[in-house]
Design a protein around this ligand. Sequence first.
Ligand SMILES: [Zn+2]
Length: 277
Amino acid sequence: MPRHIVCLTFDFDAISGFIARGMTTPTPISRGEFGVIAAPRILALLGRYRIPSTWFIPGHTIATYPEACRRVAEAEHEIGHHGWTHVPPANLSREQEEAELLRANAEIKRLTGRNPRGYRSPSWDLSPHTIELLLKHGFLYESSMMGHDYLPYRARQGDLIELEKPAVFGQETPLVEMPISWTLDDYPHFEFVRTATTILGGLKPASGVLENWFDDFDYMTRIMEWGIITYTCHPFVIGRGHRMLMLERLIEKLSDRGAVFLTMEDAVREWLERRSG
Ligand SMILES: [Zn+2]
């Protein structure tokens, strides 16, 4: 029997992403605050269709908006680790990165009663230490890399990558990678960001993004007997009206094509069982 799994994931950054980039004046902060307005709308939509999902929430968001995060936990969505601050691990020392891991673990445990099983790095950039630290602290899976579109794989440790030499790949580890893609992330499609040196245009029509996102699922059903596709949304991005309607249409179209919605943890466990069976 073919089985095509969808993981809907929500990175509940709220204001933490703007703070990590030094954008602490009132308007960028308010832009992040909109995520707290949008989160209950997303929860209501998921509830209406009885869809489990995974929310990667920075410790900063949990500590700043405990009530909004409690609602996510009470609706029994999985809560994953997304840093304490939203600073990418590639910008931290090993000691800072480990301190962030532990601090956000404690925050999530206070919220849900257990440590998170999954980790997604802020801005999807891992450090050379991340895999080792996630294994040390008992994580089951990681979701920041892009090495496949429809299948998990084992994260490697100790790659030697040098400019003028062939790459030497390190050993596979027990940590499961749940790959993602910028094409399946709402942020680059929709957000308009202007800094002193760059402009991210964003503001694409939601209908075009919906078509791309559905077609990536449709292609999976044509070439894979079993597979997983992961979509990444941010409440402050997807929460705008036309995008919420796009998310609802996506859920309907995927359901009509036989999609099975799972949390990331459940999808990982199913993949592990298939490999051992
Ligand atoms: Zn984030």
